[in-house]
Design a protein around this ligand. Sequence first.
Ligand SMILES: [Zn+2]
Length: 160
Amino acid sequence: MPEPKFLADEMLGTLARWLRIMGYDTEYARDMADDEILQHAAKGDRFILTRDRELARRAGGRAMLVRSDDGAEQLEDVVRRFGLEFDEKRTRCTMCNSELAPVTPEEASEQVPPRVLERHNEFLACPSCGRMYWKGTHWTGIREHINEAVRKARGNSGPR
Ligand SMILES: [Zn+2]
């Protein structure tokens, strides 16, 4: 099965960001009418993630109705449904969904504070929006949040 790509509806912006961190191609449907969302998903071969029952019904097999309003549970449910995995090397830009590219500390130095440059030597940049990423102290919390969702999703999916 090819790796799933997603289109998250307007109410699922946070979920979209988590999926991007996990490395999955996830677009965010800001200011899109339901018809546009359906067309765009069909054209790009994307699964629609939605809180909207009617939209989910119209999309048929191309949508997942996200039932929980809790962010951690939403992630857990999507991970379970699609059997997603977390590969830190594939993290995408949380702002614009592009694949990140490694840059040298020299290249990063214009945008990164000196105290960060002192402590890190691996940097990633978004080729589309220019945002710079490094795995600082905040990364530990991000990693734990995702690993927790993956663990719970595996645990609740029954024996295989
Ligand atoms: Zn970007």
